[in-house]
Ligand binder design. Structure first.
Ligand code: PLP
Length: 474
């Protein structure tokens, strides 16, 4: 994560204090921001976070769009505890566990046969690293092998994780900047599909999609189509843009270009997947099935660090006929406690039909946010799907001019939200000094069991927060 995103102190403004803080300077933790004060988190109850001093904060973003059941779920905690007592670790070189097998079966079945195997790791970044390596290995094991395929095409303003391989395919300028000399340089970045920022005045959706597909085609041509392993994209761009879904038909057009050149399609659903968008997999709404898919956050809902890959038959069959091994592995992959948490979270989502609530409450959230904030002069765009909504801020609504990056507007708003008079947690992002889009945004992504009353409270509180912030700013 970005140091300066964590400390949004604006020029001349007093440093934010939320009360009851732990000074990072006096801590033994190598905190993300060594100069910042951190809130001492005691417990989570439902959708509320409780600090050491008893103060409550409504978690309207599930942290980083992670919490999908809220906090303190007994069933998930019991499932993890049971597994820890039975067997807390699995050396996956020799063994498997029932819980890993059941989780992977659940995940594969959830795709109606579109995907054929699942692979469980501990974080979204690990999942992306594995996806990149698997794509490469697929081409090495094709018959005949296509060893020249070493390149990737991804999109500007995308975030695929913080480790070196994931940073290399990602397009989050700020997070990459200082580490560029360490990153593989075999990645071409093209424009994302961003209706608000990318579409030209008067351009139809269809023409915009054709233009973006041509850009992808040209990217293939520029590097040599026979050298590309995969096109990598988030179906709904999360941290880098703030919940920007592609236009209907966009991924079909992009997939057609990948097919034309024999490249794989990798969807990063770490943030937008596992129900967040209203369907278990965001690609279900695109009608486009990827070859490899990464999942994370809402897989385990924050109860354990757990993420994974879903892989289709095309890729699995090649490995089966080839080396029959994925040359990759982590000590803690397929971790039984992570699998137990994920399996229980997914069972609860299914049993309680929570995706229906995601769609219903998502509709309400979208409507109410637009009513409450749509006309605000500093709100440029409100977009998203399911319970995954972004609000983008602009200095000038007519020209869409963003705020200067150094003002850290989104972080300042999010930090202000934590103060007692609001008591709300939202997730800030943007502000990356990229070559095109740098809009500040906040993400609202509450738990899947959020109620209509809670949605009304979120909208009212976020409305007040944004209004107050810009009154003070301008
Ligand atoms: N991919 C996307 C789309 C993400 O949003 C993130 C994290 O925010 C990652 C990958 C990396 O996941 P993690 O932070 O679990 O490593």
């Amino acid at each position: 994560m970005v140091l300066r995103q964590i400390n949004p102190v604006r020029d001349g403004e007093e440093k934010a204090t939320h009360g009851g803080v732990v000074a990072a300077g006096g801590s033994s933790v190598l905190h993300r921001d060594l100069a910042h004060d951190f809130l001492p988190l005691k417990e989570g109850r439902g959708n509320h976070l409780v600090l050491d001093d008893g103060r409550k904060i409504f978690d309207a973003s599930g942290g980083a769009a992670v919490g999908c059941l809220g906090w303190g779920n007994e069933r998930v905690a019991q499932a993890v505890m049971k597994q820890m007592l039975a067997m807390p670790y699995c050396a996956t070189i020799y063994y498997t566990t029932k819980v890993q097998e059941e989780l992977c079966r659940f995940l594969v079945d959830s795709t109606n046969g579109k995907m054929s195997r699942a692979y469980i790791v501990n974080s979204g970044s690990e999942a992306m690293e594995a996806a990149v390596k698997l794509a490469r290995q697929y081409f090495l094991e094709l018959s005949p092998p296509q060893c020249q395929r070493t390149r990737f095409i991804s999109r500007k303003q995308s975030y695929h994780g913080i480790t070196l391989g994931a940073l290399a395919v990602g397009g989050h300028q700020f997070r990459r900047e200082k580490f560029k000399p360490l990153l593989m340089d075999n990645v071409t970045r093209i424009s994302p599909c961003n209706r608000y920022r990318g579409k030209k005045p008067g351009e139809t959706d269809e023409a915009y999609i054709v233009r973006l597909a041509e850009e992808l085609d040209q990217a293939f041509q520029a590097v040599g189509p026979e050298t590309v392993c995969a096109f990598v994209a988030e179906p709904i761009v999360g941290a880098a843009l703030g919940c920007v879904p592609a236009l209907p038909g966009y991924f079909k057009a992009m997939h057609a270009v990948c097919k034309k050149y024999g490249a794989l399609l990798i969807f990063d659903e770490v943030m937008c997947g596992m129900g967040r968008s209203g369907t278990l997999h965001a690609w279900e709404q695109e009608n486009v099935v990827p070859d490899i898919q990464t999942i994370g956050k809402c897989l385990g809902g924050g109860y354990q660090p757990v993420a994974g890959l879903l892989v289709n038959r095309r890729v699995v069959d090649v490995l089966m006929k080839g080396s029959s091994a994925f040359i990759h592995g982590h000590t803690y992959q397929g971790h039984p406690a992570g699998c137990a948490a994920a399996l229980e979270v997914q069972r609860i989502i299914k049993e309680e039909n929570l995706l229906r609530n995601v769609r219903a409450m998502g509709g309400l959230l979208s409507r109410r946010l637009k009513e409450r904030l749509g006309q605000h002069p500093n709100v440029g765009d409100i977009r998203g799907r399911g319970l995954f909504w972004g609000i983008e801020f602009v200095a000038d609504k007519a020209t869409k001019e963003p705020f200067p990056v150094h003002e850290h507007v989104a972080m300042a708003i999010a930090e202000r939200g934590l103060k007692p008079e609001y008591g709300i947690g939202v997730y800030p992002g943007g502000g990356s000094a990229d070559d095109c889009i740098r809009g500040d945004h906040i993400i609202i992504s509450p738990a899947f069991n959020v109620s209509a009353d809670e949605i009304e409270w979120i909208v009212e509180t976020v409305g007040r927060l944004i209004e107050d912030y810009f009154v003070d700013l301008l």
